[in-house]
Design a protein around this ligand. Structure first.
Ligand SMILES: NC(=O)c1ccc[n+]([C@@H]2O[C@H](COP(=O)([O-])OP(=O)(O)OC[C@H]3O[C@@H](n4cnc5c(N)ncnc54)[C@H](O)[C@@H]3O)[C@@H](O)[C@H]2O)c1
Length: 295
């Protein structure tokens, strides 16, 4: 069975950084690559900053932090990471973007490299459609924040081989995460169930049942969720939320999956949640504050 030593993590956004950190913490050599110049460097600085806080709090030693950071290198191109045994893609949620990226990987990396997508919603079989070796391709869906959340959904496409699935499962175990096999279907398991809940929260807001703040409070204190649906949406990214909703709606064609218009309006206005400073709440002062939204 193929041994994984070196990993190319593509996309230095929220998910790519979390995945790079977790892989490096388990001793893998990680290349971090982003299409935008300087993003990977900024990303490593962000990880270093977050780990420094853990050291301050006594949750990590300086040696462990330095060791982890030393395991992450910047790749300025896909070709620069040609020793990779595994690619984990966490780039923008867009079919063509992902298909092009993986075709580039097949061009520049070794022929037995395992290719994995962290897509939130797009069918694995569809991303694999343009590949020469779809048997080496699989979905590995991590959750945000990656260093904290234990689950990884493992999704086999129609052409994924059993061997690739086994390697992926063993790898997830090596990361000390819980792997669950899910059939290839839009939004897989967790996002499908979570979107149903989120859509109901949107419906309750539209009907004026309660405010955004009180819906969040109700789900936290009534159902024991660590975050309410609006807070979670701000953390995971409103832009990602719309993309996932579009995929679910385009496949199921059922109005209950239709993307919520006020959510789309926020995204169109440039408010993506915590990453841009504003979403359902306002984070621009460094604290989460209520927003007067004219929805
Ligand atoms: N945000 C979440 O909570 C979450 C959870 C699970 C899965 N995902 C999925 O992970 C992926 C990334 O999401 P994110 O929230 O980290 O996004 P993000 O917007 O924070 O980061 C995406 C990064 O990818 C880079 N990028 C875009 N196209 C690229 C390309 N062709 N090559 C290299 N880099 C490229 C961008 O420059 C950006 O830095 C998406 O597919 C998303 O659906 C997101």
């Amino acid at each position: 069975m193929k041994k994984i030593n070196t990993i190319l993590v593509a996309g230095a956004g929220i998910m790519g950084l979390g995945i790079a950190q977790v892989c490096a913490s388990q001793g893998y050599k990680v290349y971090l690559y982003d299409a935008i110049d300087g993003m990977a460097k900024k990303g490593i600085e962000k990880i270093t900053g977050a780990l420094a806080k853990r050291v301050e709090k006594g949750k990590m030693t300086v040696d462990d932090k330095d060791h982890l950071i030393a395991n992450i290198a910047i790749a300025n191109s896909i070709a620069e990471a040609d020793q990779s045994d595994l690619v984990i893609e966490a780039i923008r949620e867009e079919l063509i973007n992902k298909q092009d990226f993986f075709c580039q990987c097949e061009m520049h990396l070794n022929e037995n490299v395992i290719l994995a997508s962290n897509t939130s919603s797009i069918l694995i079989s569809e991303i694999a459609a343009k590949l020469k070796k779809p048997e080496n391709f699989i979905g590995l869906h991590f959750f945000n924040p990656v260093p904290v959340m234990k689950l990884v959904e493992i999704i086999k496409g129609l052409k994924t081989s059993e061997q690739t699935a086994q390697i992926a499962y063993d790898f997830v175990c090596q990361l000390k995460k819980e792997g669950v096999f899910v059939k290839d279907s839009p939004g897989f398991l967790v996002n499908r169930i979570n979107n149903a809940l989120k859509n109901e929260a949107f419906a309750c807001l539209s009907e004026g049942l309660a405010t955004i703040e009180d819906i969040d409070k109700a789900l936290k204190y009534g159902l024991g969720h660590p975050m309410g649906p609006f807070e979670l949406n701000d953390l995971t990214g409103l832009d990602v939320g719309v993309q996932v909703a579009e995929v679910l709606y385009s496949h199921f064609r059922d109005p209950r999956w239709r993307p919520f218009l006020p959510l789309k309006k926020l995204v169109m206005s440039g408010d993506f949640g915590i990453k841009t400073g504003k979403g359902w709440y306002d984070y621009s002062s460094g604290e989460k504050k209520k927003r007067d939204l004219n929805l």
